[in-house]
Design a protein around this ligand. Structure first.
Ligand SMILES: Nc1ncnc2c1ncn2[C@@H]1O[C@H](COP(=O)(O)OP(=O)(O)OP(=O)(O)O)[C@@H](O)[C@H]1O
Ligand SMILES: [Mg+2]
Length: 247
């Protein structure tokens, strides 16, 4: 079986800056893949290239059997690839339910069907109690959850999450982890950008590390946390796997 998503030597230049340089990676169907690296490493840029927000300068992006590099965002979305945004994009004056219906309309023109799907997904993500609240009135944790619910309403095969845990407290993070696992268990593959190592390492089947636009390492989390290049470029002392102690 070919991989669900396969990037081959993807580069993105902004003027003189190589925001992504020859990045190759594979996401297998059914996996949770973590994409990590320091601020400015090029994680969001890679998401933007893959999801069609701008074309890569060069390189190949294959998703579900199609070469999608340069496709418009709507076309990528209809092909089954949805993403969330690092800066949340809730429609503040619309209700939570209507916000999610916008996602559902990627698959249907019927309002009743879109509403039913939105309601079902709000129950799944734990936001049903807020369905009639205005987007603007949600906490940051609920806004992140809403954005995730709207992405799910497009029925993606691959869901790309850009820092959905940022700004959440530990209890909210634990809920988000449970939710992401449940999403994968329902059959959606997940690629997530996250700075919280206590979250990304336990949840990921495979981790890819970017630094200054380049891939510097990839592998299972237990290998990545011990990789000297990754520790030097990013992890430093801030993350130690639990089984290593500090003595
Ligand atoms: N639209 C753009 N135009 C010009 N430069 C950009 C643009 N988008 C990103 N960059 C630059 O590309 C580099 C990579 O940025 P990017 O946002 O992809 O990093 P990131 O890994 O997501 O960082 P963070 O962890 O802070 O979100 C940075 O130097 C950034 O300033
Ligand atoms: Mg980013």
């Amino acid at each position: 079986m070919p991989a669900l998503l396969e990037l081959d030597a993807v580069s993105k230049r902004f003027g003189g800056l190589d925001a992504n340089r020859d990045v190759s990676l594979v996401v297998e169907e059914g996996q949770i893949v973590g994409l990590i690296g320091p601020n400015g490493a090029g994680k969001t840029t890679l998401f933007n290239c893959v999801s069609g927000f701008f074309p890569p300068t060069s390189g190949s992006i294959r998703f579900a059997g199609n070469e999608i590099a340069g496709w418009a965002p709507e076309r990528v979305l209809r092909a089954g690839l949805a993403r969330t945004f690092q800066v949340v994009r809730t429609f503040p004056e619309m209700t939570v339910l209507d916000n999610v219906m916008i996602g559902a309309f990627a698959r249907t023109n019927r309002a009743g069907e879109a509403r039913a799907r939105a309601a079902e997904l709000l129950a799944f993500t734990g936001l049903a109690g807020r369905a009639h609240a205005r987007g603007a009135d949600l906490t940051i944790a609920d806004k992140k959850r809403l954005e995730l619910t709207r992405a799910l309403a497009t029925q993606p095969r691959l869901l790309m999450l850009d820092e959905v845990m940022a700004g959440l407290n530990p209890a909210e993070r634990a809920q988000a982890v449970t939710l992401i696992r449940a999403i994968r268990d329902r059959g959606t593959t997940v690629l997530l950008v996250e700075h919280v190592m206590e979250v990304v390492m336990p949840i990921s089947d495979h981790v890819v590390v970017l630094d200054s636009g380049r891939k510097i390492a990839e592998g299972p989390p237990r290998t990545i946390v011990r990789d000297p290049n990754v520790i030097a470029a990013y992890l430093g002392e801030k993350y130690r796997p639990r089984d290593e102690g500090t003595a």
